[in-house]
Each structure stands twice: as structure tokens, then as C-alpha cells.
Write a protein that binds this ligand. Sequence first.
Ligand SMILES: [Zn+2]
Length: 285
Amino acid sequence: MVVRSDWTLRALLTHLFLRARRVARTRLEKLRLSLVYGGNKYQCSVCGSSARGFVSLRRIARGTLVRPVVVLGETIGPENYEFLNIENFACPTCGAPDKARLMAEFMQAEGLGRLQESGLPLLHFDPEQGMADYLADSPGMYLPTSWPEQRFENSFDITDLSALEEKIGGFICSHILEHVEEDSAAVAQLYKALVPGGFGIVLVPIIRSLQRNWEVEGQLSEGDRWRFFGQGDHVRIYSRTGLRNLLLSAGFTVRELGLEHFGREIFDRLALTDTSTLYVVEKPE
Ligand SMILES: [Zn+2]
């Protein structure tokens, strides 16, 4: 009995100690974040919080994602991506990257209203940090999905969306297609799943100086992929016309929404680079 109460007391004390440490660490982390990032210069459209700066991509994943790629023997630095703010990358509060901040802005201005009208679900492939919470209450229904790792109840393979034919009011497909060998088959599936009049957001890594998509024939090692494409599981980097033609050939109409569409005030508030562009597709009625 004595032994048992000793054990219970020790377990209780350990529990209280761990909880106190967890609370202290959370408070410390909050304090650290507010000291480093607190301010009003920028605002995150995903979680609504303000900051004097966002988290640099150099501080994320030990900087492995900030690297040059070799295209046709030429070394091209990461600052040449169309949509990437390396220094002001992720929201310190919700983690939303620059792309998610512009997507949320678009959804607020247009996307959510269109879903409301159609009453159909929004299909979202591998939601970016913060976005699943932001979109959880979207009109119609929110369908986050991931593949091959099935993190969500409804998980779909982008190369087979036959179960969703014309059942989707909108989709978000950001940084997925560069992982897919047969990207035209995936885009054809997106087209099939979308209801006529529906919309989608498509983003991929684009280097603006490329005249066409950058792919390399033959068997590539993971190391080769890091060197050529900037990530170990990517199969290409897109050119602007390469992405546009891919989307047009599936039957979509394509809008390229950038600084001119959103305006300087929004771009500055969200800390976006001037070339950042959302590719918004539509399936004609
Ligand atoms: Zn945020």
C-alpha cells in the first residue's frame, strides 16, 4: 500500500512537472516569437495575425530547400522561382507559406463565394500549413486529401479521380504536379472531377527564365533530383508557358493573377515577391 501511494505520488509529481515544463515552454516560445516577429508591418491572411517579419525559409528544414539547381549546365539560384519569398516565407503563428497567404486572399475575395453558389466541395491536395484550419468551414464541404500517404479520411490519388466525376466545385493543387510523372493525366483527372463552371488553383515550381519545362531523361538518383530540380522527389521544374499549355490542353481556361490583379497594398501586406502569380483555372460551362 505504501509502495503504491509512493508510486502514485511520484507519477503525479512527474505529470505536474512535465505539464508545468510544457506550459513554460509554450509561453517561452510565444514570448520568443513575439520578440522576434511581433509587429504590424505584415499580416497573414490565413490566421489573421500581424508580424514585423515572416520566418525565413533558410531557418526551415535546415535551409535544405534554399538551393540552386542546374539546368542545362547552368546554375540558377532559388531567387529565380516565380513565387517564393525566401526571407519572408512562413507565418510565425500558423506556419502558412507565402503561397497559402495569396491563396487565402483569393478564396476570401472570390473562391469561397463561388463554392457557396455551387454548394459543392473543395478538394485540396496536401493542405499547406494553416490552410486546413482556414478552409475547414468552407461552404459546400472541405475535402483535404493526400496521396500516397493517406493522412485524411477521404484520400484520392490525383491520377485517378473517377469517383469524383463532376462532383467538385473547386480544387487547390499546389506543389503536387512536379511530383507526378504523368502530369497531363493528373490534370485531365482534375478537369473531369470539376463541375462545369468550377474553378481550381494550380501552383508548381516555376523558373521564369525557362523557355520550356525542365526534365531529364533516364533513371535519376535522389541526389540527381536534388541537383536538377531542387528536391529529391521532384521530376521537373516548369516554365510559365509549360504550365499554361498543360492546363489549356486539358480544356481549362487559365487566369494568371499577380500583382496587377491583387494590387500593391495586398502584396506588401502579405510579404510577396513582385512576380508571385496564382494560376486559376476554370472548366467552361
Ligand atoms: Zn498565419
